[in-house]
Design a protein around this ligand. Structure first.
Ligand SMILES: Cc1cc2nc3c(=O)[nH]c(=O)nc-3n(C[C@H](O)[C@H](O)[C@H](O)COP(=O)(O)OP(=O)(O)OC[C@H]3O[C@@H](n4cnc5c(N)ncnc54)[C@H](O)[C@@H]3O)c2cc1C
Length: 466
């Protein structure tokens, strides 16, 4: 965007004085690493002009003040596992790394909360809680690499959202550096609160457009001691998807209900070098049930088996670690087929997920690209991994637009939205403008202008400046 100034020597000097020389990088090899994220969409990638690594809230604050003074945009970046070009520096400028802020500051067992810096890896938070017999329930499939700040910024979902909600439901409070550089402490470690606007929740899920999260106090819950994971295999896609609303309605309160189509079963099994039942023709529903009482688990398992049978499951077996390995490897496994792809993240009411998957899988077969489908089915969130493979660029763009036009209209007609957990990022900006209610969109822009008048923080993401 032309409204920003280039990163000059003067800017570099100011950054070096603020955070220390060794944390300010301009070597082309380093800049190259941070032009992209995990989105396989090279047409969106942009080189930063400088990469800065923050070690404290004060560092982040100083960087924002410098950015405003010199009119240089800032893109906050955690682990860069975004699949919506969220971590790509849309307007060049500064990429601000959060990974040095990686300390767990307090784990309070009695109060059941944990205070962390934003750069702590999600899996380290999960493990620290687990070691104390507690559960941190945020669990994106990327948890072994993503950072909690990235999860908070995107309101990440994942495998446990059916029972525990998404990242925003795991939070008491956040510390945020506002675009001006001021530091805000939002929310409190309270069970309830009706004291003014709920600004912590406004920041969570705003994809780093309203502030940079530097610390968070996270809720922990008791770890259920009894758990069983079941793999229900179907050789008919419609039956596999029809199971989902029935399960949710039966009151089993599952922790996970994950769906994989046969394309994903095959690719992720190959990638994981594992063979699971019905590799050739199976669609999978993976269901996890957790309880605090053994009898309750037995009872729920009986009910689950009956529902699977009623829905026409071909096989119902215990899902061991191999099944979860295959599930977790789904996204990576498609890279073998195509270096260019897009991950759609549509969300619909849970009662509509079966219809939606069936309709869109059928629709997608009219195009030349390959489509693999999986879903966090228990929360109505489906991922269509659309692979360019050997299509030429022109046909790819044209056919992708055509499919999206049909798919998005269909999803909005069902009461759904563009993204259930990955966020809008840079990739879905145009569609956000097109599909969002104009009054809602204008409200978002009014808030952004009020908080960030220079539109200096993460420009080009979620909403456009016009
Ligand atoms: C294999 C794989 C599996 C995945 N599975 C899931 C899944 O199950 N559920 C799910 O929700 N997502 C999933 N994702 C997507 C991704 O992992 C999540 O969006 C994750 O929350 C991003 O975290 P990150 O640390 O990588 O953040 P980044 O990618 O670095 O950043 C994400 C966004 O947040 C902003 N941001 C980063 N840090 C901060 C901060 N401290 N303050 C403010 N803004 C910030 C960035 O500017 C960017 O817009 C998956 C991705 C991959 C590659």
């Amino acid at each position: 965007m032309e409204q920003y100034s280039p990163v000059t020597k003067e800017v570099i000097k100011a950054l070096q004085e603020a955070v220390g020389e060794k944390y300010v990088k301009t070597d082309p090899a380093v800049l190259d690493v941070y032009k992209s994220d995990e989105s396989l969409a090279p047409s969106f990638w942009k080189l930063p002009e400088v990469v800065v690594s923050a070690g404290s809230t004060e560092d982040v604050s100083k960087v924002m003040q410098i950015a405003n003074t010199f009119n240089v945009p800032v893109t906050p970046r955690s682990a860069g596992t975004s699949v919506s070009c969220g971590a790509v520096p849309a307007c060049h400028g500064i990429v601000l790394l959060m990974e040095r802020m990686n300390h767990i500051l307090e784990l309070n067992e009695d109060g059941m909360y944990m205070t962390v810096e934003a750069g702590v890896r999600t899996i380290d938070i999960q493990n620290a809680a687990h070691d104390k017999g507690l559960l941190y329930a945020g669990d994106p499939c990327s948890s072994d690499s993503c950072l909690i700040g990235g999860n908070l910024a995107t309101n990440a979902g994942g495998n446990k959202a059916v029972r525990y909600g998404t990242t925003r439901h795991q939070v008491y409070s956040v510390e945020v550096v506002l675009p001006s550089g001021k530091v805000a402490h939002l929310g409190a470690t309270l069970k309830k609160c009706s004291t003014g606007f709920c600004l912590d929740q406004l920041i969570i899920g705003s994809e780093g457009t309203l502030g940079i999260i530097t610390k968070a106090t996270l809720k922990l819950v008791p770890l259920p001691p009894y758990k069983l994971d079941v793999l229900a295999v179907f050789t008919d896609l419609s039956k596999a998807t029809a199971l989902v609303p029935k399960l949710v309605k039966a009151g089993l309160n599952p922790t996970s209900v994950e769906f994989m189509d046969n394309n994903f079963v095959r690719s992720a099994s190959d990638y994981s070098e594992l063979r699971l039942p019905h590799y050739e023709d199976g669609c999978y529903d993976i269901v996890s049930i957790e309880t605090f009482n053994e009898d309750e688990l037995d009872d729920k398992m009986e009910k689950l088996a009956a529902i699977c049978e009623e829905c026409g499951a071909t096989d119902v077996v215990e899902a061991d670690d191999r099944v979860w390995k295959v599930r977790r490897n789904c996204l990576e496994s498609t890279r073998v087929f195509s270096k260019v792809a897009t991950s759609e993240d549509l969300v619909v009411p849970v009662t509509k997920i079966a219809d939606c998957i069936q309709h869109l899988v059928k629709e997608s077969q009219k195009y030349d690209f390959r489509v693999f489908c999986l879903a966090h089915a228990g929360d109505g969130n489906l991922h269509f991994q659309i692979l360019k493979c050997d299509m030429n660029d022109e046909d790819w763009e044209e056919q992708l637009q055509a499919f999206r036009a049909i798919a998005y209209k269909y999803v909005y007609d069902l009461g759904g939205r563009l993204s259930g957990e990955h966020g809008i990022g840079l990739k879905r900006l145009d569609y956000m403008e097109k599909y969002t209610d104009p009054v809602e969109l204008e409200l978002m822009k009014t808030i952004k202008r009020a908080v960030d008048p220079n539109w200096i923080l993460n420009p080009g993401k979620v909403i456009s400046a016009d």
